[in-house]
Ligand binder design. Structure first.
Ligand code: TXA
Ligand code: MG
Length: 319
């Protein structure tokens, strides 16, 4: 049976019957199911081997039925929605009872995202329920940015993967908590802190949650593991420790001296952080088959999407 394709009708009927389907978004692929049906949501946790304390975000086509799902949107939501949705941002807002506790892991808030991918939007417009969808990877592993990445991880376990091509953004959405007095970014992602601050015309805090009681467990250290030890930081120091012939490198715009070309991943020769972000996860995966013992990754510029790239590399690293 064909497991991967562009058959929207098939995806719709599977989702309507309570099954999980992998879907494309502009950030990363999601593992989606009817957010209002706990049995469907339970499948996501099972397939992903995700702990039930880790809440899921829900995906909507637009803000028309928002008051069915959230109690209030507060003073910042409208501005951000106008500027960035659909797009790579997730809003945390106080939830209404219609959203099952399983989705939010018992939290009184729910994450809402309006994805920018045309296929995801078509799908959401055809459904009369929102889709709960975490990134379509096994818990703790690198998020998928193509349909094939999803197939590689889930194989036969998944009924259908809707193929929308490569994800343009390539990093998960930026999560902003709007349930408190002041907006707080909980996860840096496809939208930069600077862009958010520009629109709100104020400084916005970025708080990493503690790993004992994570607000966004995607923030746990030892997440995004590529399966091969990765060292992030000063290239020169790391180069001293490794056998360069058996090392892979991830760098921004320049090659790394002494590493064989086939093991080099230069993410953007022109120095474009957006391009680099879109290629990061595919680069991490591309080492799966490489004959290397270690990956060394440089520090990216700590601005714009470079901050999110550094964040993911730090989490992927061994120490
Ligand atoms: O770009 C994305 O956001 C992708 C695509 C598929 O939409 N989704 C995604 O979902 O990255 P996931 O589950 O892999 O990451 C969502 C993060 C998790 O770390 C979760 O803990 C956090 O959002 N989260 C969800 N609901 C939350 C809530 N109510 N409060 C705080 N954090 C929440
Ligand atoms: Mg994830």
């Amino acid at each position: 049976m064909q497991k991967m394709g562009t058959d929207l009708k098939k995806a719709i009927s599977l989702l309507q019957s309570g099954q999980a389907v992998a879907i494309p978004t502009e950030t990363v692929y999601g593992l989606a199911a009817n957010a209002l049906m706990p049995e469907a949501v339970a499948q996501i946790f099972e397939l992903k081997q995700r702990p039930a304390f880790d809440p899921l975000i829900i995906h909507l086509a637009d803000n028309t039925n928002l008051n069915r799902y959230v109690r209030e949107t507060g003073p910042f939501f409208d501005k951000l929605y106008q500027a960035f949705s659909p797009g790579p941002i997730t809003y945390i807002l106080p939830k209404k009872d219609l959203i099952p506790d399983l989705v939010t892991a018992g939290h009184p808030t729910v994450g809402l995202r309006f994805p920018g991918h045309p296929m995801a939007l078509d799908l959401l417009k055809s459904l009369d329920f929102p889709l709960a969808a975490p990134s379509a990877n096994l818990f703790g592993k690198v998020s998928p940015t193509s349909a094939q990445h999803v197939a590689d991880q889930f194989g036969e376990g998944l009924e259908y993967i809707l193929d929308g091509g490569k994800c343009k953004v390539g990093l998960e959405s930026t999560i902003i908590d709007l349930s408190q007095n002041d907006p707080i970014v909980l996860r840096l992602g496809g939208l930069s802190l600077e862009e958010i601050e520009d629109v709100l015309d104020k400084k916005v805090a970025f708080t990493k949650s503690s790993s004992s009681n994570p607000k966004a467990p995607g923030m746990l250290s030892a997440h995004y593991s590529p399966g091969i030890p990765l060292c992030h930081g000063s290239l020169n120091q790391n180069l001293e420790k490794v056998n360069r012939q058996r090392t892979g490198s991830i760098s921004f715009c320049k090659k790394v001296a002494g590493i064989p070309d086939k093991n080099q991943r230069v993410l953007s020769p022109n120095g474009d952080l957006k391009e680099a972000a879109s290629k990061l996860f595919a680069a991490l995966r591309s080492f799966d088959e490489a004959e290397i013992d270690v990956i060394i990754a440089s520090e990216f510029p700590q601005e714009g999407l470079g901050r999110a790239i550094n964040d993911r590399l730090r989490r992927a690293s061994v120490s």
